[in-house]
Design a protein around this ligand. Structure first.
Ligand code: NAD
Length: 275
């Protein structure tokens, strides 16, 4: 693997840089996975709700890289929350992915209004015991959601995948994760591509002879976060992993720190999301 590994609180490891496939069409997913594996990626992030697990599974089945050398994450969709329905949803995901385990299974959103995320977490604990999920974690969980599942089960998630990019740096939630020994993974790490023309990022990119996307991905790496940039464009998939041959300096980091904004959120607020 060309990406460094990070170690979970359960002793397993995850490649720090992976490929996100939200909005990657199912028909494109297999070739996108192949392009990423050829470029050196060993970590793919999908979800049941992305409706491309089948194509991702085709890509894994066709790959020359062995299944055990690829880190695969999928996520339980909100409508399937609950103990028995979670076990069933995992079996359906595994069938589409054409594998008998995932490396990481995440609760996609706490969806607090359903009042089911604790039972759902208990099902993930069971799935880890059953070997269907090697590691288990959550996504979009705030500190109060973490406290609740840890308090009721004693099992700490390996990772929390949250919205995090230069315009929305999530210092409080990152600290809450770290205080529990939970790794932070950044979703929409490039701000969905919306800040790649930011002049501050552009200036740093020019200084290092790198692209804006590479500067932002490097910033995540230096911040000890797992990062899963998405692209379906082969040249961009290759560029996005070519971030281990340069380093940002203190001046660059200070300039990026200053881009944080209270209203920088692009996605939904997990506490109030209606889905
Ligand atoms: P992102 O921040 O990764 O941005 C992707 C977009 O940036 C691309 O569509 C493209 O327009 C642009 N881009 C990428 N590489 C580029 C390059 N080298 N040069 C120029 N433009 C480039 O957006 P994302 O897809 O929202 O987030 C990444 C992944 O995070 C998703 O694919 C998914 O796996 C995950 N995610 C999870 C959640 C969650 O709720 N858990 C929510 C959103 C996304």
């Amino acid at each position: 693997s060309t990406s460094p590994l990070m170690t979970f609180n359960d002793g397993r490891t995850i490649p720090q840089l992976g490929l996100g496939v939200w909005k990657t069409p199912n028909v494109t997913a297999a070739s996108t996975v192949q392009t990423a594996l050829d470029a050196g990626y060993r970590h793919i992030d999908t979800a049941a709700v992305y409706e491309n697990e089948d194509g991702v599974g085709d890509g894994l089945a066709q790959a020359s890289v062995a299944r055990e050398d690829i880190f695969l994450t999928t996520k339980l969709w909100n409508e399937a929350q609950g103990f028995d329905s979670t076990l069933k949803a995992m079996d359906e995901s595994l069938k589409r992915l054409k594998t008998d385990y995932v490396d990481l299974y995440l609760i996609h959103w706490p969806s607090p209004w359903r009042e089911k995320y604790v039972d759902t977490w208990k099902a993930l604990v069971q799935l880890q015991k059953d070997g269907k999920a090697r590691s288990i974690g959550v996504s979009n969980f705030g500190p109060e959601h973490l406290e609740r599942i840890i308090g009721e089960t004693g099992v700490v998630p390996a990772l929390n995948q949250i919205e995090l990019h230069p315009r929305f740096q999530q210092h409080a939630w990152t600290k809450a994760n770290a205080d529990h020994g939970i790794l932070t993974e950044a979703w929409s790490p490039l701000g969905q591509g919306k800040f790649l023309d930011n002049p501050v990022i552009g200036e740093i990119a020019k200084k290092h002879g790198k692209s804006a996307a590479q500067v932002i991905i490097r910033w995540h790496i230096d911040g000890n976060r797992i990062v899963i940039p998405k692209s379906v464009t082969p040249s961009r998939i290759v560029d996005n992993i070519a971030v281990f041959d340069f380093a940002l300096d203190a001046d660059d980091l200070a300039k990026i720190a200053a881009l944080d904004s209270a209203d920088g959120r692009l996605g939904s607020d997990p506490a109030t999301a209606s889905f």
